[in-house]
Design a protein around this ligand. Sequence first.
Ligand code: ADP
Ligand code: MG
Length: 629
Amino acid sequence: MKTGQINVQTENIFPIIKKFLYSDHEIFLRELVSNAVDASQKLKFFAQNGEYKGELKDLQVEVILNKEEKTLTVRDHGVGMTAEEIDKYINQIAFSGAEEFVQKYKGKEGAEQIIGHFGLGFYSAFMVAEKVQIRTLSKDKGAQAVQWESNGSPEYTITEIEKEEVGTDIVLYIAEDSSEFLEKERIQGILNKYCKFLPIPVIFGTKTEYINDPSGEKDENGNVKRVATEVTNQVNNTSPAWTKPPVDLKDEDYAVFYRELYPNTFEEPLFHIHLNVDYPFNLTGVLYFPRIQENVEVQRNKINLYSNQVFITDNVEEIVPEFLTLLHGVIDSPDIPLNVSRSYLQSDANVKKISSHITKKVADKLAEMFKKDRKDFEGKWPDLQIFVQYGMLSDEKFAEKAKSFALLKNTEGKYFTLEEYKEKVSSLQTDKDDKVVCLYTNNPEEHFSFIQKAKGRGYDVLDMEGPLIPHWIGKLEQQFENLSFSRVDSDTLDKLINKDEEIPSKLTKEDEEALMPLFEDIVDKEKFTIQFESMSSEEAPIIITQPEFIRRMMEQQKLGGGGFYGAFPERFNLVVNGNHEKIGEVLATKTKKSRERKIQQLTDIALLSQGMLKGEELNRFIERSIDLV
Ligand code: ADP
Ligand code: MG
């Protein structure tokens, strides 16, 4: 037996590891299993190129839980280590910056992320174990099996042992305060999370001692004892879809993989993108487009980040642009630095490249789909629109590319690209300032009468429903010169698309002055601005509108939050059509009382057609209408 000191510059690095290394202690298992997988793959490699001539056993990795003995063992049949290798790879841990680090960051926030920099893969075992053994036999011919043991102080012992099989057992004696890691379900859960797609089979088993089994050997008290291993199923799929060449996969394979990734999701994705880059960085993955409709938030953070098939995180916010976090699927890149702080990730050049590559791929895929089968793309648009709009709002490059496939739908259900639409409506819907004015509704039913009137004039009306529409419209106006959007109820027909064609008014100044007080008596002046307009006689006698800019401001207040919601009261215009014959009739009416009655009735009808007549006022209107019959 040999004893020695683990070569670290400070006496008490282990308590620090335990406390700070990773905020999530559970990752010790990921580290140990991925070491075991590495060792197995190395042996496979040596066997293939003839460096290893021994027998290549089943290379599976076994995780064995023994609750009675309070141990958790990670066993592989990989390359193993000689005593010299243990000395080199385990004892001489390159802790150059550790001492300095400890002095500098002791007790400071975020320390765990920085110490993660040191990549203490194997030593993370001490986060949960009070004693760790490495029992290993090297692949080298005639090697002596050895056991390394340490109780978490920088001291260790090395002993020669008997071990027949090449490979390594890492035995963790789980510490009192970490007993959660002796629970079968907990371990199963961790393996499921981190090891689900490792390239070497991972088997999980629990070892239990059965007392009073008549066929078993007797212990010192005369009880019969037998050790049984209960093997659960293999934890992982060793060749997940993203590791295969895209040509080898059918749509069905992608669908199956989606269900494997999200067993609790019943919704089928819309389509997928297979990422496969090896230059200038390594990146593979499969991204899925979910059906996103109203509830954006539940869709988020479903992309899983892997490094060589080892799960790292499902929080990819810094790695992909925000709008892409709506996608689902897997990204695997050995080039993404792990265990480092988020701010470090953000500034990492590789991460930036990866991020813009993914954005480009996604835009290209959408453009390709649009080109290949426009009908199909149009069918998917209702599910895609939020994603595309979000992308255009948050990423300039994406917005540029999306010009070619972003769609507008009109109230007849026809789809147009922005250029196509501009072309279609420009002859009738260009205003005096040479702006093409697109009319839209976000509620065809509510705006029915406005839509009919607009169509009567030969105008087209877009059907634009969705939570991002108010922002997106702003974006389009900024991106396309001479294009503007007005909601179909935001003004009178003549003003919606102002062509500067004056219609002579039938009302004189005196007429207006006579009418004004009648309206002022019945409408709330805080809420309505009363205007007289000379409109065409086919328009309604009174129209309630809300100017586009006021409505957008209200919408932005609601959406963007900000402290100033409610700061601006809702305002509307009550527009009186001076050229309508009913207004003329009101003026000709003799008694003040019946004038008032007519004005009230016309105003209520205008409110009613905007859905703004409610409660007591609605009731009074109904009663008055009955009287009138
Ligand atoms: P890393 O995996 O990043 O190299 P670790 O601390 O996880 O760092 O492991 C240190 C080294 O110890 C490995 O590079 C490997 O040489 C050796 N090692 C660890 N676990 C095993 C194992 N199960 N079989 C063989 N070698 C191992
Ligand atoms: Mg490792």
